[in-house]
Write a protein that binds this ligand. Structure first.
Ligand SMILES: Nc1ncnc2c1ncn2[C@@H]1O[C@H](COP(=O)(O)OP(=O)(O)OP(=O)(O)O)[C@@H](O)[C@H]1O
Ligand SMILES: [Mg+2]
Length: 373
């Protein structure tokens, strides 16, 4: 049975006339690894700071375990925060840094030392307690900050861009370590990031924010495959977006016409709630097939797709080789550039297509997402 641990109820935060967080309602379950995503300035840190008690909501309530925490001071909340620029005390040893919260609380030395050992082992820093922070790598320093937060055994750990100071390779490693750590300690994690890959890789659920508003709350795969708006589709991953209008909208299929493509877009599902005449179609690059056209003829239709739908002729204008895959920018008839992605499954795949080559693009009727806003 999952249990709700955190509830934001219609929470708004204003700084003067600026609305930093706009009427946010959100529930987070015990044991979740929840990620807050969004562009700079959208209100992520402010939302965390209100949960931690460093800011007070202008309106609305925040509940932890069903209890309104508005009047509970930060140090009495079952919440601990790891900050954007992880602050460890440079003059203290690793062990003293980790012990800090317990020392302040006056926990007895034997108990304190035992818990420091335990916390250091948890973040794989066993034996490094005697070092100073400047004798550690960036990743190790970050783990000191984590251990220092975990040692207090909070119900919720708030992580504000915890990996932003690390290089790409280390970030990736810390990502899986954080996920494993969370699994092990069972504490609810609420992490802020503006790195969408990081959120998708670690979180059990994500919320996308924009200008103080919650745009969508979903699992990583639902956010990516079923975005609810252009903003989310565009923010998470790379996408081709086409503006058009619904020609057909039946229970089991739909057709969108767009001036941007020399083909109609056929979908194997209906579009519910579409009243407006304008819709947007989001099509991810990896869902677009690239076909040779030696004889100029279009490729055979993808299963269950009417002729002349979901297939567009074009010319490769640019190829970006990324090692495991290559990105193709294809100018389709009419002038629009469409991006397609292709895995380099063999060592020679990257040489299959060349710049300037005429190709066909094709996609499955289940691939495009139709967006109403
Ligand atoms: N103490 C403050 N006084 C006035 N404005 C503030 C204050 N704190 C935050 N803001 C404003 O509120 C908005 C949201 O800020 P916040 O720090 O929550 O954004 P963020 O999503 O964490 O951004 P970033 O990704 O850059 O860290 C911003 O426009 C910011 O300038
Ligand atoms: Mg921030």
């Amino acid at each position: 049975m999952t249990k709700t641990l955190i509830q934001f109820e219609n929470v708004t935060k204003r700084f003067g006339k600026m609305i930093a967080v706009d009427n946010v309602s959100l529930s987070i379950d015990e044991g979740e690894f929840f990620a807050l995503l969004g562009p700079s300035g959208c209100g992520k840190t402010t939302l965390l700071r209100m949960l931690a008690g460093f800011e007070t909501p202008s309106e609305g309530r925040i509940l932890i375990d069903g209890v309104d925490v508005s009047r509970v001071p930060p140090n009495k909340r079952p919440v601990n925060m790891v900050f954007q620029s992880y602050a460890v005390f440079p003059h203290m040893s690793v062990a003293d840094n980790v012990a800090y919260g317990l020392t302040i609380e006056g926990v007895a030395a034997t108990e304190r030392d035992r818990r420091v050992e335990e916390a250091l082992a948890l973040v794989k820093l066993d034996g490094l307690g005697g070092r100073k922070p400047d004798q550690l790598s960036g990743g190790q320093r970050q783990r000191v900050a984590l251990a220092r937060a975990l040692i207090k055994r909070p119900r919720v750990l708030l992580l504000d861009e915890p990996l932003s100071a690390l290089d790409a390779k280390l970030r990736e490693q810390m990502r899986s370590e954080l996920a494993q750590l969370q699994d092990k300690v069972g504490i609810t994690f609420l992490i802020v990031t503006h790195d969408q890959d990081e959120a998708l890789a670690m979180a059990s659920r994500c919320a996308v924010m924009n200008r103080g508003l919650l745009q969508q709350v979903a699992t990583p795969s639902d956010l990516y495959e079923f975005p609810n708006s252009r903003f989310v589709a565009d923010f998470i991953g790379s996408v081709n977006m086409f503006e058009g209008r619904l020609l057909v909208d039946e229970q089991d299929h739909a057709v969108v016409e767009t001036k941007e493509l020399p083909t109609k877009i056929f979908l194997d599902h209906g579009v519910s709630g579409a009243q407006a005449s304008t819709v947007w179609v989001a099509l991810r690059p990896e869902k677009i097939e690239l076909h040779k056209r030696a004889d100029g003829a279009p490729p055979p239709c993808i299963e269950d797709t009417p002729v002349d739908h979901n297939v567009a002729a074009g010319v490769i204008r640019h190829i970006t080789y990324l090692g495991s895959e290559s990105v193709f920018d294809v100018e389709v008839t009419g002038g629009r550039t469409v991006r397609a992605l292709r895995s380099n499954l063999t060592r020679w795949d990257q040489e299959d297509f060349v710049g300037g080559e005429a190709v066909w693009l094709a996609w499955h009727p289940c691939s495009p997402a139709v967006l109403l806003s």
